[in-house]
Design a protein. Structure first.
Length: 80
């Protein structure tokens, strides 16, 4: 919970271009983990990669949610 609060505050203090880059980076990591999971034969490794992808999705959703709740002005680089 404290990490989510820290990340929201951190992203809120970034300039719009950096905010967009930050969220895009999380999205890229999530897509990589999903790709890697789909292309591994090891079930344990696949489960770990899928968990990492889910963690990225939760982080991204949390940052986007704060944008729509009005908690932060421009998390994704666009005003709501």
């Amino acid at each position: 919970r404290n990490i989510k609060s820290w990340e929201k505050a951190y992203v809120a203090n970034l300039d719009p271009a950096s905010r967009s880059e930050y969220v895009d980076d999380i999205d890229s990591k999530m897509r990589y983990f999903l790709y890697a999971a789909a292309n591994t034969g090891d079930a344990q490794h696949r489960a770990r990669l899928e968990m990492n992808a889910q963690h990225c999705a939760i982080r991204q959703a949390s940052l986007m949610k704060s944008n729509y709740d009005g908690a932060d002005d421009q998390v994704a680089g666009t005003k709501v």
